[in-house]
Design a protein around this ligand. Structure first.
Ligand code: HEM
Length: 184
């Protein structure tokens, strides 16, 4: 059940429909992306800070929020540059971001609305700056890919932990999940 980041990236690109035209558009607008990234970071952390639980996580440890603003800006800009043309470096970076969130207990209930906030705020800025609907769509697609990486990290880490602890086979584990889901 070990996820191979680049293969996962390729699968997601196909599923989400991220095209070469989308990639070109993102790259063409990467300076704009970098320029608006600090403002997006402000919206993002203001949003997280309004949630008691997430605010608590953000303010644990010296300088965490400051560090996070920097990593958010990098993350946001990387969606436009694609790092290595959305290749192995990009995929491994997204996988690592997923693992970081699993480790600190941030789940789908936190991450999905947070990504929706990014999409909403970037949408407003796209409109103000007269950017195209095509760029909005491309950004929406890459945000969904990044989100899928974080979500999938949960499934992979949780499953791997159970298999390792119990020695169960993957088949048995899947049957137990199906039985559990039926009884809920
Ligand atoms: C759209 C969803 C999100 C994105 C794109 C995102 C992005 C990132 C990135 C790029 C990192 C740095 C990873 C690394 O160290 O390699 C990070 C770490 C972190 N994120 Fe997020 N994040 C998201 C959602 C959240 C949410 C909902 C929370 C809830 C409070 C959160 C809290 C944190 C914390 C606490 C860290 C670790 C900081 C540290 O190293 O001390 N993130 N995030």
């Amino acid at each position: 059940m070990t996820l191979e980041p680049q293969a996962f990236m390729t699968k997601l690109e196909k599923r989400v429909g991220l095209t070469n035209e989308d990639k070109e558009l993102l790259k063409t607008n990467s300076e704009w992306g970098l320029q608006i990234a600090p403002e997006m970071a402000d919206h993002f952390y203001d949003y997280l800070g309004r949630d008691e639980e997430m605010n608590g996580i953000l303010h644990t440890g010296e300088g965490r929020i400051h560090r996070l603003r920097e990593t958010f800006i990098e993350w946001f800009h990387e969606m436009f540059t694609g790092m290595d043309d959305w290749g192995v470096v990009y995929a491994e970076r997204r996988w690592k971001i997923g693992l970081v969130h699993v480790r600190i207990g941030i789940g789908p209930q936190h991450v999905v609305p947070a990504m929706a906030t990014v999409i909403h705020e970037v949408g407003k800025r796209l409109e103000t700056d007269g950017k195209s609907l095509a760029l909005k769509d491309a950004l929406g697609r890459i945000c969904m890919i990044d989100l899928a990486f974080i979500e999938q990290a949960y499934v992979e880490v949780s499953s791997a932990a159970v298999l390792q602890e119990t020695g169960w086979t993957e088949g048995l584990f899947r049957r137990l999940i199906a039985t559990g889901a039926r009884s809920m």
